[in-house]
Design a binder for this molecule. Structure first.
Ligand SMILES: C[S@@+](CC[C@H](N)C(=O)[O-])C[C@H]1O[C@@H](n2cnc3c(N)ncnc32)[C@H](O)[C@@H]1O
Length: 240
């Protein structure tokens, strides 16, 4: 799976990705904290603040995984209702347990981001954190997200841009090739998953190209901001 291009339609990728996240689910949070030295939490906090900026009443977190962003959203949403979807039941089970432990109300449903089980214009805000590059068809995923957002609704995307040729980019390339498969593999017991994850980042769209893809899918006012020396990027767009 590691050599797969991330943006165009890729047959078979969905099932392989779902199976991979099912395998690494039990150690997913631990590995995230270790590999990012805990900084991933602040990236999600930024995304939650952005998504909640206009007090949305209906919020969807796509590819919610173990639910970290959905729970942040639910804590900050007041009367707003947060739904998280993912196609990995193992990840969702962990999200449900976490929500119960923290006493946070969030709806968690199994669904494919490429065929969301919601009517057009069902949501006021939609987030997706580190999920997009795993989609079997990124443009189709963006169009589906646009469909379920109301006009004027806000899309917030967190994703890892491909490392560039600056020293920090070169360091990230080395980290992705040498450290992640070994450390992530050791912690999770699945070396291939932690080889795929950085490789999928390296093959993903640069921030400006992702902004173009959002515009092509029916979003306007697309802006993005790099986080922590460009290791992560936060894109915000409005459904046109
Ligand atoms: C890297 S994890 C990110 C999870 C979470 N959003 C976070 O911030 O930690 C990617 C998640 O996307 C999910 N995913 C990938 N493609 C999907 C799709 N087509 N439909 C639903 N979930 C998908 C995976 O199952 C996995 O839980």
């Amino acid at each position: 799976m590691s050599g797969m291009p991330s943006a165009g339609p890729t047959p078979g990728k969905g099932a392989a990705v779902a199976a991979m996240f099912g395998r690494i689910a039990p150690r997913y949070d631990l590995v995230n904290r270790v590999l990012s030295l805990g900084v991933d939490r602040s990236w999600r906090r930024d995304a939650a603040r952005s998504a909640l900026a206009h007090a949305p009443a209906r919020i969807l977190d796509v590819a919610t995984g173990t639910g970290d962003l959905a729970l942040l959203l639910a804590r900050g949403a007041g009367e707003g209702v947060v739904t998280g979807i993912d196609f990995s039941e193992e990840m969702l089970d962990l999200a449900r347990a976490k929500a119960a432990r923290q006493g946070v109300r969030v709806r968690l449903e199994r669904a494919d981001a490429l065929a969301l089980p919601f009517a057009d214009a069902s949501f006021d805000a939609l987030t997706v954190a580190y999920g997009l590059r795993n989609f079997a068809d990124v443009p189709a995923g963006l169009r589906e997200m646009r469909r379920v957002l109301r006009a004027g609704g806000r899309l917030v995307v967190l994703e890892f841009p491909p490392p560039d040729d600056r020293p920090i980019g070169r360091a990230m390339r080395w980290y992705g090739r040498s450290v992640m498969p070994n450390l992530g593999g050791w912690l999770s017991g699945d070396r291939s998953a932690y080889a795929y994850l950085p490789a999928s980042t390296h093959a993903f769209l640069e921030p400006e190209r992702l902004a173009d893809a959002m515009r092509a899918a029916g979003f306007g006012d697309v802006r993005y901001r790099l986080q922590t020396f460009g290791i992560s990027a936060l894109h915000v767009a409005v459904a046109a």
